[in-house]
Design a protein around this ligand. Sequence first.
Ligand code: UDP
Length: 234
Amino acid sequence: MEKGKQIYEGKAKILYETDSPDYLIQYFKDDATAFNAKKRGTIQDKGIFNNKISTKIFEYLEAEGIPTHYEKTLNDREMLVKRVEIVPIEVIIRNVAAGSLCRLLKLEEGLKLSEPILDFCYKKDELDDPLVSEYHVRALGWATDEEIQEIKKYTFKVNELMTKFFLAVNLDLIDFKLEFGRFKGKIILADEMSPDTCRLWEVGTGKKMDKDRFRRDMGNVEEAYQEVLSRVSK
Ligand code: UDP
């Protein structure tokens, strides 16, 4: 498939057209941002790690019956994906309290939740991706009720599958963010799943193996991404 013109550049990825209207090339950059791009930096080879980690995860989820935009991995930094119309919602699911949930409710980081919490955030940088409810999503026409039910069903299933997947390599899945899109009338999982979009803590030690190392200047950021790749490749 031929690479065409760039159609979008986000904080961590670039999308290119292909010679098919149904497919795009998703390129993973090394750029890292946090706190809605108020903090910027580079994580050496992050694009390569995240492309490979996302590949492993999409292949696993597809095999487990979750429809995704993933088609195939083209090279170190690029994957071929279905061209979707993105639902403008970030779907966050949490198993353990961390990040914005702790700030919002003054909870101690690491508090185990008695059941997963699913949050919807409106994808709008100018507004800092505000927390919204499914009523907002329906009332403002961002997704239909049927689509919301599909998104919730897939998100809980992905949480179950990914919790098991990471536990098998001694990582606790604390929380993560998903994005969904419409492809030929159906809701499918899009974007990426990587240490940029998941919190992963090493079982036993609690060592952070994700973007919080960059957010909080903890050091050994590249090493953590590389270690996650090496574990998920087992
Ligand atoms: N997340 C993300 N993109 C965003 C916001 C959050 O990938 O724009 C991920 C984040 O890495 C974490 C989870 O979603 O794994 C929950 O993030 P949280 O709401 O705690 O926000 P944070 O404090 O990380 O900004």
